[in-house]
Design a protein around this ligand. Structure first.
Ligand code: F3S
Length: 654
C-alpha cells in the first residue's frame, strides 16, 4: 500500500505563530497566561498548552491583574482588546495577519459607503471578530442557501472568511455581478487554505482512500474532508492515530493523507507511522519484493542469445531479447555491468521478468514531462473517450484534451501528426496522458497578453460584439474579449443591451480599465458619444421648471427623465405637502410630470427635483412667482445651490 502525504498538511503559518507566541508568554509568566477560547481547534495541541501551564477562558474577567491574555489566530472584535487594556491586562495579539487584513478591509469598505457582505460562517469566531470591526453592520452569507438574505444596495463590498471555500465566494460574486452597479470584492481567503484545498482535491482523485486529520470542530478540517469526498476518494476524518481502522485499507493500493491548519506535525507523523508499520504488517496481502511497473537496476550475470540474466539483490531477473530497443542484446553488455530495467512481471516462474526498452522509454517520458516539453506524435487510433499515440509507450489523449472546444468526431485525427504535451505520468498504473489543448491554451494566453500589453486605458478601439447577456455585452478585441457593462452602453437607461447592440456588430469602444492579472478589460460605448449632462448644465439652472417622463420608482422617490440621458430624482418628501405612504400612490413609471429643479450636484452629476414646490407656487402671489430665482436663493442657502444632503438626507450615502 502506497501512502502519500500532502505537502501542505498540518499547521499553517498563522497557527504556528499563535502556538509559539502562547508558549513564549507561558515561559515568561508561568501560570498567568490565558487564551481566549481554545487557541486552536485541536484537542491534542490544546492539551500540550495546558501541560505548559497555559489556561483557557471565555471571560476576560477570569484573568488576574498581572495576567496575560493571548488572542488566538481567529482574532476578536476590537472591544475585547479594549476591555483587556482598560483592566491593564497584558495582551499578546496572535491574530493571524491574514485575518487582520480582512478586518481592515471591512472597515475601509464601510468608510467608503459600501454595504458589506462577509462570505463565511456567521457562527465562526473569525467572522464574529470581523463583524465587530464594523459594529456588526454586515450580512454574512455562507453559500447559495443564504442568497435570499442578500441586501439590496448600489454599492456592495465583499470580503471572505479566510477559510471560506473559493467556490462559495465565486458563486456569490457571480450572483451579484451585473446586479450591483458598484461591486468591490476582496478575496481574503487565505492562500494556505486555498493551496491546501486544491492539493487535497488533486490527491483525492489519485488515491482510493483519504485520511483527513484534524479536530472535529475545526472548520477548515471539515471542509477538507468534504472536498476529498467530493473528489471521489473514500474519506475518513480522524483526530489521532488511535482511530485508524484496519478494515479501511483492505485491498487498497493508495492512501492519501492531509490535515487541517491546526493539526500539529507530530500527530501526522504518528498516523503515518501507524499506517506504515502496524497496518502494513497486519495486512494479509503477500508482498512481493518487486512491484509491477517499477524501474530497478540489476547486475548482469550472463548474456545469452535468448536474453540477459540479472542479479537483483539476490533475486534473479531476466530480460528477453525482444525487450531490448533494437530487439538484439547490446553486444557491449558483459557480466558485472549494471542495467536499468522495467518490471513487467515480478514473479514469472521464479524470475522477475524485465524490459530494458520500456525502462528507457519511461525515463524519457518522465524527463519530457518534468521539462514540460512539446513533442510531436502520430495519432495511432481512436478509442473510447479519446485518442492513442505511440511514444515508445502507449499514450492517451482524453477527448477533452484534443482541442479547446469539444470535438464530436475524433476519427478525423487518426493518422495526423499532433503537437502534444505530457500532462500526467503514472508509471505504477501504466498511464501516460497527453494534451494538445494545453498547448493551444498557452498560445491563446500569450496572444491575450500581447493584446493586453498593447492596449491603453482611455484609448478608443474597434471591436466585434460576440455575445449579449443581461448585464452587458462581450466585445472581441483581436485575441481577447472585453466586457461592456450595460451601464456603460448608453447615456440613457436601457432595459437590455439588445436595445442598442446586435451580436456580430462592429463598434467603437473606449477602454475604461485593464486588469492584466485577471485578463479583464472594461469597455465603454457611451464614452465615445457626447455626454448629455454637459448640454444639460449649460441649459438649466436651479429654479427652472422642467417636464419629463417618470422612468423608475423606488422606495425613496421617483426618477424623471429631463433630457435624453439625464434623470433627476424626486425624493418622496418632495412629491407633495401631503403625507405620502408609497411613491406609487402618486407617481407611476411612464407618467408625465412637471417639476422644479431644486438642486444640481455638479460633482456627482445628480439633479434634485420637486413637485411640491410647484404646488406651493400655485398659491403664492404673482410677485413671488416673478422672483423665483431669489426665492430659491433664500430657501436653499446663500450660494443658490442646495447641497445634495439638504435634499436627500444621507440617502446617497446609503
Ligand atoms: Fe492564518 Fe491562513 Fe492559518 S488565515 S491562521 S495562515 S489558515
Amino acid at each position: 500500500m502506497e501512502i502519500i502525504v500532502a505537502d501542505k498538511a498540518g499547521f499553517c503559518f498563522g497557527v504556528n505563530r499563535a502556538m509559539d507566541l502562547a508558549l513564549e508568554a507561558g515561559e515568561e509568566k508561568p501560570d498567568s497566561v490565558y487564551t481566549l477560547g481554545p487557541l486552536i481547534h485541536n484537542p491534542q495541541a490544546v492539551e500540550k498548552l495546558t501541560k505548559a501551564g497555559i489556561k483557557q477562558t471565555d471571560n476576560i474577567d477570569d484573568v488576574g491583574d498581572d495576567g496575560v491574555v493571548v488572542i488566538r489566530s481567529h482574532g476578536v472584535p476590537p472591544g475585547v482588546i479594549a476591555s483587556a487594556e482598560q483592566k491593564e491586562i497584558d495582551v499578546v495579539d496572535a491574530t493571524c495577519p491574514f485575518v487582520k487584513r480582512a478586518q481592515q478591509k471591512v472597515q475601509k469598505l464601510k468608510e467608503a459607503g459600501y454595504t458589506v457582505i462577509i462570505s463565511g460562517d456567521k457562527n465562526h469566531p473569525e467572522v464574529r471578530g470581523i463583524l465587530g470591526h464594523i459594529d456588526n453592520q454586515a450580512t454574512v452569507i455562507e453559500d447559495e442557501s443564504d442568497f435570499d438574505e442578500l441586501p439590496k444596495a448600489k454599492k456592495i463590498g465583499i470580503v471572505a472568511q479566510t477559510t471560506q471555500s473559493v467556490d462559495n465566494l465565486r458563486k456569490l460574486v457571480n450572483h451579484l455581478l451585473g446586479e450591483i452597479k458598484q461591486l468591490e470584492v476582496h478575496n481574503t481567503i487565505c492562500n494556505t487554505t486555498e493551496q491546501r484545498q486544491e492539493e487535497a482535491a488533486v490527491l483525492a482523485q489519485k488515491v482510493d482512500v483519504m485520511i483527513v486529520i484534524g479536530g472535529y470542530n475545526s472548520a477548515n478540517t471539515n471542509r477538507l474532508a468534504k472536498i476529498c469526498q467530493e473528489n471521489g476518494a473514500k474519506t475518513f476524518h480522524i483526530e489521532s492515530a488511535e482511530e485508524l481502522q484496519l478494515s479501511w485499507f483492505k485491498n487498497i493500493k493508495k492512501v492519501g493523507i492531509t490535515a487541517g491548519a491546526s493539526t500539529p506535525n507530530w500527530i501526522i507523523k504518528e498516523v503515518v507511522k501507524r499506517m506504515t508499520e502496524e497496518i502494513k504488517e497486519q495486512s494479509t496481502e503477500s508482498e512481493e519484493l518487486f512491484a509491477r511497473n517499477e524501474i530497478v537496476t540489476g547486475v548482469v550475470k550472463e548474456v545469452t542469445e535468448e536474453g540477459v540474466l540479472l542479479d537483483l539483490d539476490g533475486q534473479e531477473g531476466f530480460v528477453p531479447v525482444a525487450e531490448f530497443e533494437s530487439e538484439t542484446v547490446n553486444e557491449d553488455l558483459t557480466p558485472e555491468d549494471e542495467l536499468e530495467c522495467f518490471v513487467i512481471n515480478p514473479d514469472k516462474e521464479g524470475q522477475v521478468l524485465l524490459s530494458a526498452k520500456k525502462a528507457k522509454a519511461w525515463r524519457k517520458v518522465e524527463e519530457l514531462h518534468e521539462a514540460n516539453e512539446i513533442i510531436e506524435a502520430e495519432i495511432a487510433r481512436e478509442v473510447k473517450g479519446g485518442l492513442v499515440v505511440d511514444i515508445g509507450l502507449r499514450g492517451f489523449i482524453p477527448a477533452s484534451h484534443v482541442a479547446i472546444e469539444y470535438v464530436e468526431d475524433l476519427s478525423d485525427f487518426v493518422g495526423e501528426t499532433m503537437e502534444l504535451q505530457i500532462i500526467e505520468v503514472e508509471r505504477e498504473n501504466n498511464n501516460v496522458v497527453l494534451s494538445h489543448k494545453v498547448i493551444l491554451e498557452a498560445e491563446e494566453s500569450k496572444k491575450k497578453q500581447e493584446v493586453l500589453d498593447s492596449l491603453e486605458i482611455g484609448e478608443t478601439i474597434t471591436g466585434e460584439v460576440t455575445k449579449l447577456v443581461d448585464f452587458g455585452a462581450f466585445v472581441e478585441l483581436g485575441g481577447i474579449e472585453g466586457l461592456l457593462h450595460i451601464s456603460e452602453i448608453s447615456w440613457d437607461r436601457i432595459e437590455h443591451p439588445s436595445v442598442v447592440l446586435e451580436e456580430g456588430e462592429e463598434i467603437e469602444v473606449k477602454i475604461l480599465d485593464i486588469n492584466k492579472e485577471e485578463e479583464r478589460i472594461s469597455l465603454g460605448l457611451k464614452q465615445t458619444q457626447p455626454d448629455p449632462w454637459e448640454k444639460f448644465v449649460e441649459a438649466y439652472e436651479v429654479g427652472d421648471i422642467v417636464e419629463g417622463k417618470i422612468t423608475n420608482t423606488v422606495e425613496f422617490g421617483a426618477f424623471m427623465e429631463i433630457e435624453s440621458g439625464v434623470e433627476g430624482l424626486i425624493h418622496i418628501s418632495e412629491i407633495s405637502h401631503e403625507h405620502i405612504a408609497e411613491v406609487e400612490d402618486v407617481l407611476e413609471t411612464g407618467d408625465k410630470a412637471k417639476a422644479k429643479i431644486i438642486n444640481i450636484d455638479l460633482d456627482d452629476k445628480r439633479v434634485g427635483l420637486s413637485l411640491k414646490e410647484l404646488e406651493e407656487k400655485k398659491s403664492t402671489s404673482n410677485q413671488q412667482q416673478s422672483n423665483k430665482k431669489s426665492t430659491a436663493v433664500q430657501e436653499k442657502g446663500e450660494e443658490g445651490i442646495a447641497k445634495i444632503g439638504d435634499v436627500f438626507g444621507d440617502l446617497f450615502n446609503e
